[in-house]
Design a protein around this ligand. Structure first.
Ligand code: ZN
Length: 420
């Protein structure tokens, strides 16, 4: 079970974390970390953790701002610098990057000086070839310090690699690819062009949100009586219908105020935050409209899921243990000093794990918290970090690394399928 040769390629990064834990700060913290547990949360004078902090990626240090907002036209063909990572980032979300490699650094620096947009691509279902879909990323902060380049970039638009065009390897994780931009189609009601103009102004079948659809529902039914299909068929093609159902579901797990209500933003928020298997995410990335994404996301949402170890499938956490430590949601990308990007989901409870080494505050993704490496109790695979603090609320939580996890669907609804 514990044969080292079976372990994954991120073990180098794991070793880095272990070796870096012997700094003074970590040692001074070590004596106290056993005190921290979620149960002693009633201590007076405790400070609530500021959930705005993780999205600032303060562990990267103070970076220089780069201004601008780049949006390309639908179908525009571009030759872009592409970076390959093991994770996906969706439009509206942030990717932190640390570049130690000299070749990567100089190529990236050169590129940023000319234009600050690159493409993020990831592995396909087999983990071998590059996935043909990606996201354009706009660099908004960068800083070079002691031979290391630190970057923060935000996802802007989906793009697709044009088949047959050359993919040039530039060095390290960098490639030059040609992509076409996949813009978001306008959200339209399936019946918006079927009403007479004179009637539209008086009794508009408004479908901006579910409440407005219900408000004029009687007129909607009169209007739809002229078509051969039943009213519910048209209802099930309204984006607002899926927004309502998905929000109702998500409220059980997440803070309502952090979930966007805009259909496009919600469809990407779900992709970024919900516990999806890699294949499920890749499938969603292919879908062009918010309606198609939301429809499939609702199906995924109805399946009961467990978070398991990627190697031995031991249960590490339950869907209901997930909670948000960041304003951006429960699942975010963080970068370690070795340049490895970890997609991390925060949970309040975890099981079947052992803690390795001493806690360290060095490069902590959650300012004020010390981290300790967690590995699977059964197969010793790295599954994440336990974060502890004596002064902050909550006193302890877990950041699970997506690279060490698998999603097990335990109760698949009989009507579910990944086909839309
Ligand atoms: Zn395991």
């Amino acid at each position: 079970m514990s044969d080292p040769s079976e372990e994954s390629n991120d073990d180098n990064q794991l070793e880095f974390h272990i070796s870096s834990s012997d700094d003074i700060e970590a040692l001074s913290d070590h004596s106290n970390y056993n005190d921290a547990s979620p149960s002693d949360s009633e201590n007076e004078g405790d400070e609530q953790f500021d959930t705005n902090l993780p999205t600032t990626h303060r562990y990267l240090g103070k970076l220089n701002n780069i201004s601008g907002y780049t949006l390309f036209d639908d179908g525009e063909v571009l030759t872009l610098l592409a970076i390959y990572t093991n994770t996906l980032v969706f439009p509206g979300f942030t990717l932190p990057l640390v570049m130690n490699d000299r070749v990567e650094q100089s190529i990236m620096q050169d590129f940023i000086n000319k234009k600050n947009v690159f493409a993020l691509v990831c592995a396909d279902e087999l983990g071998t070839k590059l996935y043909k879909y990606g996201v354009t990323m706009e660099v908004f902060e960068s800083f070079s310090k002691q031979g290391v380049l630190y970057l923060k970039a935000r996802g802007r638009q989906r793009c697709k690699i044009i088949p047959g065009r050359d993919i040039r390897h530039l060095g390290g994780r960098l490639q030059q690819i040609t992509v076409t931009i996949l813009a978001e189609p306008e959200i339209k009601s399936p019946i918006c062009d079927t009403q007479l103009l004179t009637l539209k102004s008086r009794r508009s079948c408004s479908t901006e949100n579910y409440q407005s659809l219900l408000k004029n529902y009687k007129y909607r039914r009169y209007h739809l009586a002229q078509f051969p299909n039943a009213t519910w068929i048209y209802d099930h093609n309204e984006v607002c219908y899926y927004v309502k159902l998905i929000l109702d579901h998500l409220k059980k797990f997440y803070f309502e105020e952090n979930i966007p209500t805009d259909p496009i933003q919600l469809s990407y928020w779900f992709l970024q935050n919900f516990q999806l298997a890699h294949e499920e995410r890749l499938h969603l990335m292919k879908l062009d409209s918010a309606l198609e994404r939301l429809r499939l996301e609702l199906k995924f949402l109805e399946m009961e899921r467990l978070i398991c170890c990627v190697v031995c499938k031991a249960e590490i956490a339950n869907q209901s243990d997930i909670f948000a430590m960041s304003k951006a949601g429960v699942q975010n990308n963080y970068c370690n000093p070795g340049g490895y990007v970890y997609e991390t989901v925060t949970v309040s409870e975890a099981k079947n794990y052992d803690l390795i080494g001493a806690p360290s505050k060095q490069f902590s993704w959650f300012p004020g918290y010390a981290w300790t490496i967690m590995q699977c109790r059964i197969c010793h695979r790295h599954v994440g970090w336990k974060f502890t603090s004596k002064h902050l609320q909550p006193h302890a939580f877990y950041g699970l690394a997506k690279s060490g996890l698998d999603i097990k669907i335990v109760n698949e609804n009989s009507t579910q399928s990944t086909n839309t």
